[in-house]
Design a protein around this ligand. Structure first.
Ligand code: F6R
Length: 600
């Protein structure tokens, strides 16, 4: 979704802002802009479309050493140059970028801006106009900024510059992520550390409703009531090199290929010096104390949660419910007496999941966040964090985070089961090492999957994925992967459920991909494949060694039956990738989607 980058220092700011915005492209956007400020005044450049177009538009002869930039994912108002950020106040004195949604913008407009002519359809413009109106009362920019922040309802990350002051960027946030990056003689503002890793690895967290004054050599944080806040910086764990594509055409393929390394990294990170699983004792106690576990997540993370439920229930014998975050927060089920909430989120910033965390915290329910971004909002606000160690995931379509989430949930389940004294004939570290090798053998067969994708998905308008038991959970992820990047209408179904309605959609040549990795449903899913084949479907079976039949299209090497999702998903990811490629889609940046969904 929207991205913010700001810089104040000694160097020319255009390139720093443009590079930063390019690093945020992966989040999804439809317009972009930068504003730079020097002694001659403010220089504003905005475009509808890509950063490349913005780069062409920026006047290279203008030099300034402070400025703010933005990528916008349209919420209020269509993608257009007028609606693109930065937005300016009526006099042009104040210029602002904003992520999030201002919920009370009509009220603010009616109460404060009756005489102001608005030039965009955005909620953001209301904020910058409001600051100018409040400034007229106080003659003090910091006071006007603080007052405006105190009036806002909703989610926001905001950076403001004043055309009459080249020494400061004003910053505040609520619910939306925003960091201050620290440098020697310069400082930065970013909605995502990824935007500024080239300049610094040291960051200051900002908490909701703090007012932050960012200067070249100093950062001042205060609360809305003026109380000064001191905070220690932290060093981001991301390596700038991890954010480059290297020899790959697309991040998605790079990230699919990284999965074996991620499995090995997880084995290493969750292992003690005796080769035993290592999980924080407080997390173990929280797991043991729970009479029911509630997994909350969205999209691919939700799909990983479904697999996690299967693994936890089988190993730990504690009931688990998996909920879509956006539903749970408005339609909370009856909870058990001692619930434990596990939030699964690659980004750690998903607004829907955070809305649930806010509610559960009010009730003092314990919470664990499983995330790829340890300093993220969900990580900071939950009681405990389990880190995925997957490295930055940049392609919008999640791949390595999904398998990392399942691997970490497995380790958590085994640790709890052992602490409960349950007998297990399962060494997760050893089994995950086998998974890593199998993943490697699958990613080595790219040409085969490219060919299969051509055969099954080049012309089709829809596709179905079927599975039973845990394979049903994997086909839900398979269909999400295919539809989000290739725009083929795809659905994942429980094999037995097809004939209760959906089979009506099967026509001559409709692709139906079945996964069969579980012995107890091997025959029944094959029966379901026969049913659709008899009605003209073009079928494909992905099975597991030991359960295969001669006609199967893919036979996965053997892994532990509990961990088959970690390997059966890899061909699905590759099929989706090549389907999108063959159909000429922008694999890493599918239309309408954002990587980090920070609005509800
Ligand atoms: C799909 C995808 C999304 C995310 C979802 C939740 O490939 O990436 O469905 O899984 O938006 O995001 P996180 O995991 O960051 O909470």
């Amino acid at each position: 979704m929207c991205g913010i980058v700001g810089y104040i220092g000694q160097n020319d700011t255009k390139e720093i802002l443009l590079n930063g915005l390019e690093k945020l492209e992966y989040r999804g956007y439809d317009s972009a802009g930068i504003a730079t400020l020097n002694a001659e005044g403010l220089h504003l450049f905005k475009v509808k479309g890509r950063i490349a177009a913005l780069r062409d538009k920026v006047d290279q002869s203008v030099h300034a050493n402070m400025g703010i930039g933005h990528t916008r994912w349209a919420t209020h108002g269509e993608p257009s140059e007028d609606n693109a950020h930065p937005h300016q106040s009526a006099s042009g004195r104040f210029t602002l970028v904003h992520n999030g949604v201002i919920e009370n913008y009509y009220e603010l407009r009616d109460a404060y801006l009756a005489d102001v002519k608005l030039t965009s359809e955005t909620d953001t413009e209301i904020v910058v106009q409001l600051i100018e109106v409040l400034y007229q009362d106080t003659d003090d920019v910091l006071a006007a900024f603080s007052k405006a922040i105190s009036l806002l309802k909703g989610s926001y990350a905001i950076a403001l510059i004043d055309a009459q002051d080249t020494d400061v960027i004003y910053v505040a946030k609520n619910k939306s992520p925003l960091l201050v990056g620290l440098g020697d003689g310069f400082n930065l503002v970013a909605s995502d550390a990824m935007a500024t890793l080239k300049e610094t690895d040291t960051y200051l967290e900002i908490e909701d409703k703090e007012i932050v004054v960012v200067k070249r050599d100093h950062v001042h944080i205060q609360k809305l009531d003026g109380t000064v806040v001191t905070r220690q910086p932290y060093v981001a764990e991301i390596d700038a090199a991890d954010t480059e594509k290297g020899t790959y055409d697309y991040f998605m393929l790079k990230e699919i290929d990284e999965q074996p390394f991620v499995m090995r990294k997880i084995i290493q990170e969750y292992q003690d010096e005796h080769g035993q699983i290592k999980v924080d004792a407080d997390i173990r106690h929280a797991m043991l104390a729970a009479d029911r576990i509630y997994i909350i997540a969205a999209g691919t993370s939700y799909n990983a949660g479904l697999v996690g439920k299967q693994i936890i229930e089988e190993l730990v014998q504690t009931p688990v419910e998996v909920h879509i975050a956006s539903e749970f927060s408005y339609n909370m089920p009856l909870l058990s007496e001692k619930p434990l909430f596990i939030f699964i989120s690659q980004s750690g910033e998903t607004a829907d999941s955070r809305a649930v965390l806010v509610q559960t915290k009010l009730k003092d329910y314990p919470s664990i966040t499983i995330t790829n971004v340890p300093g993220s909002t969900l990580s900071r606000e939950a009681d405990y964090t389990l880190h995925l160690h997957a490295g930055p995931e940049i392609a919008v379509a999640s791949t390595k985070a999904y398998t990392a989430q399942i691997a970490v949930l497995t380790i958590l389940a085994v640790d709890t089961a052992r602490a409960k004294g349950l007998e297990l004939d399962f060494d997760p570290l050893q089994e995950l090492a086998i998974v890593a090798s199998v993943m490697e053998s699958l990613t080595d067969q790219k040409e085969y999957y490219a060919q299969l994708a051509k055969e099954y998905f080049t012309d089709t308008r829809n596709a179905f994925f079927i599975g039973r038991s845990v394979d049903y959970y994997v086909v839900q992820e398979a269909s999400l992967k295919l539809k989000e990047i290739s725009y083929i209408q795809a659905e994942g179904f429980a094999g037995g459920e097809l004939k209760h309605g959906t089979i009506a959609l099967i026509e001559e040549g409709t692709p139906v991909i079945a996964i069969s990795t579980q012995e107890n449903v091997n025959y029944s899913i094959r029966g379901n494949v026969q049913e659709v084949a008899a009605r003209g479907a073009k079928t494909c079976i992905v099975s597991l060694q030991g359960l295969e039949q001669d006609s199967d299209t893919v036979v996965l090497p053997h892994v532990h039956p509990l961990l088959t999702p970690l390997v059966s998903v890899v061909p699905m990811q590759l099929l989706a990738y090549y389907a999108a490629l063959h159909r000429g889609c922008d694999v890493d940046k599918p239309r309408n989607l954002a990587k980090s969904v920070t609005v509800e």
